[in-house]
Design a protein around this ligand. Sequence first.
Ligand code: NDP
Length: 362
Amino acid sequence: MTKFYEKNFSQRLKEAVPDPKLQELFLQHADLAHDKVIENYLTDLPVPVGLLRQLVVDGHTYLVPMATEEPSVVAAANNGARFLTNIETVYQTHLRFGQILVMGDFDTLDAVYLKHKDDLKKTAQLVYPSIVARGGGLKELHFRQMDANSFSFDALIDTQDAMGANIVNTIVEAIAEQLRSWQVDVLAAIVSNLPTTSMTEMKAVASGLDLPSMKKIAALSHFATIDFHRAATDNKGFLNGASAIVLASGNDWRAFEAGAHAYAAIDGNYKSLASWTINSQNQLIGRVKMPVQLGIVGGTISQNKVAVGLLKLTQVHSADELARIVLAAGLAQSLAALRALVGEGIQKGHMKMQRRAKGEDK
Ligand code: NDP
């Protein structure tokens, strides 16, 4: 008997969905290209895409699509961006982080590492020649002890304009195979979603706000550095903006958010990713620094024609540029949220948009 996942799309639709009206609905929203992307494909789930119209990053004005189901997010991002006339890159690195997790004793493993480091690097280049030809590939390999018998070979890999998880996994699995051939007890090899070698830091100066409001925003931002409950919600506000672009660009938003939250707790004390402070010239300064692994090619981006079109609309030319736009939008979103909270409160704007979304407010 043919298994469910082996049946063609229309057979599966008929078998799983007896109601003809639901069948029609799911068919209407289906994109048959996606039948090859995931197993047991049924339909597409529409998510509204709105525009952040004037996001100025490093002197360049971007038109940025945001995919979100939450009514007030796009309005807030546009509102926050009004006060940020230029958001600048402070710092950016882009080596993705792979791990080969091994067990054993330090002396034996360290000896293998010292003796075979260059062989392992060669293996990495040979298994993925196309990324090497693009100027990427394994750049560094480190040996790190975690506890008495647990170790990681950390592989720092340039995946160019790809998010890179598959590229990294191919390379670390090849290194793992090679280590096993030398009797190293390799448990697993996998990309890390906390690539501390793939960091983006952005800084923004807010203008057009009065000093009392700026002081309240900075004070509220401080609360998100000293209280987990407030920090989680502050990060939700930042990610409202950032993740909406990650999703619109066809990227893996779980990978992005896993990195965000892990980095927020990197010193053992979960904090906000974005922070707002007042400098000596009474300017409100926003900053964000976190690991980002996004791509403009690779994964399933090319199978998502709308995502490809949206990337084209934004005129983004590299994965690093996309990372900067995403964090800049997060800062705009964060400012709008904090400004509303210390001003009229969050509910007035939120509920107006909710009512409009439900068709109650014409
Ligand atoms: P791919 O496996 O598709 O690799 C990217 C491909 O893009 C390369 O093979 C390369 O082809 C091609 N390419 C074309 N132009 C460029 C360029 N300028 N720079 C770099 N590559 C280019 O995808 P990724 O490695 O990016 O992996 C992303 C996927 O991995 C996502 O779908 C993610 O969900 C998934 N994933 C995530 C995990 C995690 O986060 N933990 C774990 C496992 C998977 P060529 O051969 O021509 O060089």
